[in-house]
Ligand binder design. Structure first.
Ligand SMILES: NC(=O)c1ccc[n+]([C@@H]2O[C@H](COP(=O)([O-])OP(=O)(O)OC[C@H]3O[C@@H](n4cnc5c(N)ncnc54)[C@H](O)[C@@H]3O)[C@@H](O)[C@H]2O)c1
Length: 472
């Protein structure tokens, strides 16, 4: 039988999910020893750094790590030792979209999940509860079980649970402290339900019982994809309406406010923007599209695919607006891009809309100056190199400059794009920016304001006050 009392937890994968999730488990369950392991030594070293320079930026995370690291929270590259000792193992490795082979561009790459699972089977000498934390296609737990059962030692039993993570980057710690729900899926066998109860008991240390939902394995796996698809769909819906607003003179902020007042709809995720980014929404919807196609449901696949296509359209529409506003050419012009992360309060740049915009500006041969409070220069160069695979980095560097303040970025520019809704951009002194921007000959304040407002409209526009007194 699987152990009923969880005393030692191993988490494979010390990334954006594994790190914060298991750090919070360690904080809330001082009686459980939690070891987070990763093959990436640099990442583990950062988690262990004496000055708590943890590898991901997440408000509140350092405080949690400070309280438990060395007490009941450990970070290590010794994957085998942590597997051997644990009663319960979270698999929290990356599941990116496949880049080649069958399902390329849509299906999730399960290579990392499979190697972590094989490692568990090869190393474990006692029974374990294995928990899928990564976002995976429906029925992945079945493949994991096949691998574990085919490769395990006699007398060793594995119970597989699905426990998808619903945290949002930027608010991960608050989300983990007070989750809307914790979802646990298990086989509906006696052993499956026992394992489910053991994990539910861990969460019950701080999550109210009514928020811990227990369901079947496949429902749990599919619920994660479903939640992300429906959130992304709201963003694509409001963005589709923003295009209609711009063509008709209606105001998208007013429309979204009015629509969000409907108690059946609600205001969340109804903010028009330059499009969604991040490592999950696009990947998970494409995963759902692939699943639908594999199940011979082409209409369902087309329905969800359109959510992603709308997002791509919104990004390219925004780039075009910038070009149109700058008199139909941006060649040789200077553009400031404020924000590079895919959203505020994270340093994560995966699928960030800023990358697509900058790629478009570079292809129009504009000069771009970037400022982001959290993203490293190294990361920006890596992302731009990947986005422009046929352009050598040296050529990109001739067109792109990275600076260390918003005001510096805005100096002597013809346009300013706010690509990430960092709070500090609300406090920019627009009067100073205005005084230091490049203006076209004869252009007055109102023309300038219209130009800047156009490019701002998609992000923080309604919060930013450009009505300063220019004094002439
Ligand atoms: N980032 C989010 O906001 C978020 C939210 C909910 C769910 N998820 C899902 O959680 C999963 C993890 O996402 P993430 O953002 O933390 O990814 P990540 O890339 O930040 O972290 C994954 C880590 O796993 C490590 N790893 C891969 N294979 C390994 C192995 N065999 N042994 C040990 N370590 C290994 C990698 O080195 C990496 O550090 C994904 O499936 C993702 O879809 C992510």
């Amino acid at each position: 039988m699987a152990p009923v009392q969880v005393k030692k937890i191993c988490c494979i994968g010390a990334g954006y999910v594994g790190g914060p999730t298991c750090a919070v488990i360690a904080l809330k369950c001082p009686h459980i020893q939690v070891t987070i392991v990763d093959l990436n030594k640099a990442r583990v070293d950062a988690w262990n750094s004496p000055d708590f320079a943890v590898p991901i930026y997440e408000p509140g995370l350092v405080d949690v790590v400070k309280q438990c690291r060395g007490r009941n929270l450990f970070f290590s590259t010794d994957v085998d030792k942590a597997i051997l000792e644990a009663d319960l193992i979270f698999v929290s490795v990356n599941t990116p979209t496949k880049k080649s082979g069958v399902g390329a561009g849509f299906a999730a790459d399960l290579n990392y999940v499979e190697s972590a699972t094989r490692r568990i089977a090869a190393v474990a000498t006692s029974s374990k509860i294995v928990v899928e934390k990564s976002t995976v296609p429906c029925r992945t737990a079945e493949s994991m079980r096949t691998i574990l059962e085919a490769n395990s030692r006699p007398g060793t039993r594995f119970d597989i649970l699905s426990n998808p993570e619903f945290l949002a980057e930027g608010t991960a710690i608050a989300d983990l402290f007070k989750p809307d729900r914790v979802l646990i899926g298990s086989l509906q066998t006696t052993e499956g339900k026992e394992a489910c109860r053991a994990l539910a008991d861990v969460y019950a240390n701080w999550v109210p019982q009514e928020r811990i939902l227990t369901v079947g394995l496949w429902s749990s796996e599919l619920s994660k994809l479903a939640a992300n698809a429906m959130l992304a769909q709201r963003i694509s819906s409001i963005n589709a309406l923003s295009a209609i607003c711009e063509a008709t003179g209606a105001n998208i902020d007013e429309v979204s406010h009015a629509v969000g007042f409907d108690s059946r709809i609600g205001p969340k995720f109804l903010r028009a923007s330059v499009g969604f980014g991040g490592s999950c929404f696009q990947k998970d919807i494409l995963n759902l599209v692939y699943l639908s196609e594999s199940l011979h449901l082409p209409q369902v696949a087309a329905y969800w695919r359109q959510v992603v296509e709308m997002n791509e359209y919104q990004k390219s529409r925004f780039s075009k607006t910038v070009v149109d506003t700058l008199f139909n050419t941006i060649t040789g012009k200077h553009i400031a891009v404020l924000g590079f992360a895919f959203k505020a309060d994270t340093g994560d740049t995966r699928e960030s809309a800023a990358i697509s915009l900058i790629r478009d500006f570079l292809s129009e041969r504009a000069f771009v100056t970037i400022y982001d409070p959290q993203v490293s220069e190294e990361q920006i160069w890596q992302d731009l190199s990947e986005a422009c695979p046929t352009t050598p980095l040296e050529t990109i560097k001739k067109q792109v400059t990275i600076v260390h303040s918003a005001l510096e970025a805005c100096t002597q520019k013809e346009a300013i794009i706010i690509a990430t809704e960092w709070k500090e951009f609300l406090e920019i002194d627009w009067q100073t920016v205005y005084a230091n921007m490049n203006r076209f000959q004869g252009e007055g304040h109102w023309a300038w304001r219209a130009r800047v407002k156009t490019v701002l409209r998609h992000s923080l526009s309604s919060d930013i006050d450009l009505n300063f007194n220019i004094g002439h």
